[in-house]
Design a protein around this ligand. Sequence first.
Ligand code: BT5
Length: 326
Amino acid sequence: MRTAILELLKQNSGQYISGEEISQALHVSRTAVWKHIQALKLAGYEIEAHTRLGYALRQSTDRLLPEEIKVHLTSVVLGQEIHYFSEIGSTNNEAKKLATNGCPEGTIVVAEAQITGRGRLARGWFSPPGKGIWLSVVLRPPFSPMDAAKCTLMAAVGVNRAINSVTGTGCGIKWPNDILWQGRKVVGILTEMSAEMDAINYVVIGMGINVNIDQQDFPSEIAATATSLAVAAGRRISRVKLLTAILAELESTYNTVKASGFAPVLADWRQQSITLGQQVDVRGVERHFTGLAVDIDADGALLIKTPNGIERVLAGDVSIRPAGMF
Ligand code: BT5
C-alpha cells in the first residue's frame, strides 16, 4: 500500500493530490492513507500536507527503501522479497541465514551501511552509509555444485551490463570478481554457496558497488586502487535506479544460463573482460606466477600462457601488469 501511495504521489509530480482521491483510487480509508504518509515521512520522504489540498511529494529519499525499489523494479523474481537495513554486519551473512530458513529464490538483502562487510578470504569490504549498494541476492540454481564458481562470472556480466547502461562509464570485468574503471575497483562480488554432493541448496551473490563515494573518502589502504561510479561518471548516480537495473540484468543472465547453459554468458564475459590479452600476476594459495591471460574455459577458469605451457587458474587473485613492465 505504501508503495502504491508513493507511486500516486510521484505520478502527480509535485502537485497536490487529496487524501480522498488517494483513498478512492486505492480503496483504503483516509486514516490509513494518513498513517502511510506519516511512515513515508519518517522514512525520509519530504511530503507537504495541506488541509484543503492534500499531499504533495517534494523530495524523494535517496535511501534504498523497499517502497522506493518496488517503484522501479522490473525483474519478476529477483527483489520480490526485500530485507532492508540501515546498518548491518554483512548482507551476505543475513542472506545466508534467510536462505537456510527457506526464503524464496530472488530474496534480496540490502543495507545502507555494513559494519563488517566481507571480501574473499576474510578480507574486509569498505561499506560507508548511503554511498554504495551493499546487496546480496539469494538464488536456488538447478545447477551442479561444480557450476557454482561460474555464478560469480554470471553476476559480473549482469552487473557490468547494468552499470554501463545506467552510467555510460565503460567499466570492464577483471577475472573473476571485480569490475574496474580505468584500472580501479568499483565493484567486488562475493559468491557463497551451501550444497550437498550433487545439488545446490542456495547460492548467495554478494555485490559491493561503490556508487557515490567521493575519492577522498576512501581509506588510505585502498585510495589508490578503488574508485566510485560517481567519480567515473562525473555525476551522482541514482542508487535505486542502478540497483533495479542490476536486478533486471542479473535475472536476465540467470535466465539465459538456465535456458541455454553457461556458454552464452561466458561469451559475454569474454567481451566485457579487461583481463584477457593482458600480462597478469597470479597469486593463488600456493603459487605465484606471471603470464599472458589468453581465455577462460568452459568451467570459468582463467587460462594463462606461461613459458611452461598453459596454466589453469580456478581461484586466486589476478593483477594486471601495467604496460612496459615486461
Ligand atoms: C571482493 O573481495 O571484492 C568481494 C567484495 C564483496 C562485498 C559485498 S558487499 C555486499 C556483500 N556483503 C558482504 O559482506 N560482502 C558482499 P576481494 O576480491 O577479496 O577484495 C577485497 C579487497 O578489496 C580488500 O582487501 C581491499 O583491498 C579492497 N576493498 C575493500 N573495500 C573496497 C571498496 N569499497 N572498493 C574497492 N576496493 C575495496
